[in-house]
Design a protein around this ligand. Structure first.
Ligand SMILES: NC(=O)c1ccc[n+]([C@@H]2O[C@H](COP(=O)([O-])OP(=O)(O)OC[C@H]3O[C@@H](n4cnc5c(N)ncnc54)[C@H](OP(=O)(O)O)[C@@H]3O)[C@@H](O)[C@H]2O)c1
Length: 253
């Protein structure tokens, strides 16, 4: 039996893309899954897919930019499915994109609030119960672009947020090294999703012509990772007891 069987998972950004595929994979492995995003229609489609494969699911429509709402998210999931064992912080925004000097500073800060602060706040609110129950998994979905911070010019908020998310993750893992809770980063590769489509034509790619050329060619030639492939890789890692690692979709387990 899988370690995931019977566990309760919360997946943010579960309305489409990597988040939806990960939620489905968790349900197939026997988890009860809370699906969080803002778009109710997309969440309902994810919910129907999970139900169709026999999974138990619960929809939480919420904006992670509203940090004050996070305790309520934890309370609602807890009363619908039980205490969260697995937190997948997958939701992210790539906006704002554009020349940094012309960005609206509050919009830049809002991206960090969604991509970093909300992920950390969710973990902080769910960790006490994981520690008490002697089992837990936190996975923060990042990006390989952290290795090349000079690329994706004009996506400064996104780059900054992913680098900060990885630092937060590895530091928290070190703090919890003697505990039964594991904390890891997952980099899904270049995935065929709405986010990838958005970035292809955004100023972030236009400002990085070589990266844009590569992205358009990879998409046209079908070389992108699929959301299902990313989800299967994440789940393979999740079944291990590893902590404090940066998992990549290209890892072979
Ligand atoms: N696609 C790639 O090539 C790629 C590469 C590297 C890393 N990643 C990472 O992989 C993860 C998933 O990306 P994806 O490509 O699957 O993106 P996506 O298709 O754009 O999906 C993003 C999900 O996050 C949700 N979300 C965004 N802002 C939110 C907010 N404020 N509150 C709650 N939910 C919010 C979206 O739903 P709503 O808009 O309805 O809220 C959606 O369900 C992200 O962390 C991304 O940075 C992706």
């Amino acid at each position: 039996m899988s370690v995931i069987d019977g566990k309760v998972a919360l997946v943010t950004g579960a309305g489409r893309g990597v988040g939806r595929a990960t939620a489905l994979e968790l349900a197939r492995a026997g988890a009860r899954v809370a699906l969080l995003a803002r778009s109710l229609g997309e969440l309902e489609e994810s919910y129907e897919s999970l139900r169709a494969c026999g999974g138990a699911a619960f929809v939480v429509q919420a904006d992670l930019g509203d940090l004050d709402g996070i305790p309520e998210i934890a309370r609602r999931v807890n009363s619908a499915l039980g205490s969260v064992d697995i937190l997948i912080n997958n939701a992210a925004t790539t906006e704002p994109v554009g020349a940094s000097v012309s960005l609206d500073p509050p919009a830049w800060a809002a991206a960090l609030r969604i991509n970093v602060v909300a992920a950390a706040t969710l973990a902080f609110s769910l960790l006490p119960a994981m520690l008490e129950r002697q089992w837990g998994r936190v996975v923060n979905v990042s990006s390989g672009i952290v290795e090349a911070p000079g690329m994706m010019i004009r996506a400064n908020a996104y780059l900054t947020s992913k680098a900060a998310l990885e630092a937060h993750t590895l530091n928290l893992a070190a703090e919890l090294a003697d505990s039964p809770v594991t904390v890891n980063v997952f980099r899904p590769g270049s995935v065929d999703t709405a986010m990838f489509d958005f970035l292809c034509d955004s100023p972030a790619m236009v400002g990085s012509p070589e990266l844009r050329e590569w992205a358009l060619r990879a998409r046209a030639e079908g070389e992108l990772t699929t959301p299902d492939e990313a989800a299967r890789s994440l789940l393979a890692h999740l079944r291990t007891d590893a902590s404090g690692q940066i998992w990549d979709v290209s890892d072979v387990l």
